[in-house]
Design a protein around this ligand. Structure first.
Ligand SMILES: Nc1ncnc2c1ncn2[C@@H]1O[C@H](COP(=O)(O)OP(=O)(O)OP(=O)(O)O)[C@@H](O)[C@H]1O
Ligand SMILES: [Mg+2]
Length: 248
């Protein structure tokens, strides 16, 4: 595993809001090249907002974000993508009416070049056999989980500097989740830093070198994965107490 010792992604006191609703309060953490960070927390804690802020889809109202040492705070999403940060969002990022293969080709041509197209397609299918089986199916007929797999396959053709994956395993069969985690391990070896948002705490902690637990938009824990499990349990028990605020 490459641990270059250089931070691939750094957040420093990041705050963000949706209109008047404040969603993040001074979030700070960093991920080194080739390292993996598990971003955990209950529903509504702000995990997807962190993913959107670092990829430029939601602006930071204060704080700084750096990718590969460069300040990207306030930059548009396309400019941040150019610095090497790829975000596989919650939900879809695919064209419903096109087949799996057409979706892959569109993106592979752009990312890997026309000449490498056939080889890149084969690599994607070798990595995710489920996509090979469905290569001629319209993406709109796949499950939500399978659609996210198409998004991931597109991104992984050229391993990014930072990959932010938001609940990729949701709705996928365990064997397919194994494929996803094997792909994560692969891209880490090529130096990609991972930020993995997960509800399956054990999966994420098994992969991660660092864990961050969010609660109501603030960092409740940042440190080694071994310490995160207890914090996640505490946060969840606070939420389930009668009268506790569920802000969803
Ligand atoms: N587009 C939006 N407009 C207004 N509020 C939003 C929007 N998106 C998220 N929020 C609110 O911001 C807070 C954080 O949401 P976020 O989606 O980041 O949580 P999450 O940790 O990803 O949750 P989940 O596990 O359910 O995906 C929540 O209270 C949510 O209701
Ligand atoms: Mg989310």
């Amino acid at each position: 595993m490459i641990h270059g010792g250089n931070p691939a992604l750094e957040l420093d006191g990041v705050c963000a809001a949706y209109g008047p609703y404040r969603a993040l309060f001074g979030v700070s953490f960093s991920v080194q090249e080739g390292a993996a960070l598990a971003l955990l927390g209950p529903n509504g804690a702000g995990k997807s907002t962190v993913a959107r802020v670092v990829s430029g889809l939601v602006p930071a109202s204060s704080g700084r974000i750096r990718v590969g040492g460069s300040d990207v705070t306030g930059k548009p999403a396309w400019a941040i993508a150019r610095t090497g940060l790829s975000h596989v969002p919650e939900g879809r990022g695919v064209f419903d009416s096109l087949s799996v293969e057409e979706n892959l080709v569109l993106s592979l041509r752009r990312r890997a070049g026309r000449r490498n197209l056939a080889a890149s397609l084969e690599r994607a299918y070798a990595r995710f056999p489920l996509l090979a089986e469905r290569r001629h199916h319209r993406v709109g007929t796949l499950s939500g989980g399978q659609q996210r797999l198409v998004s991931l396959a597109k991104v992984l053709v050229v391993p990014p500097r930072v990959l932010v994956a938001d609940e990729l395993s949701l709705g996928l069969a365990p064997s397919v989740v194994d494929d996803v985690y094997a792909a994560f391990a692969d891209v880490r070896r090529s130096g990609t830093a991972l930020v993995v948002v997960e509800q399956q705490v054990d999966r994420a902690l098994g992969l991660a070198s660092t864990a961050v637990v969010l609660e109501h938009g603030s960092v409740a824990y940042v440190g080694p994965p071994s310490g995160a499990r207890g914090v996640v349990a505490q946060v969840l028990s606070r939420r389930s107490r009668p009268g506790s605020a569920d802000r969803r």
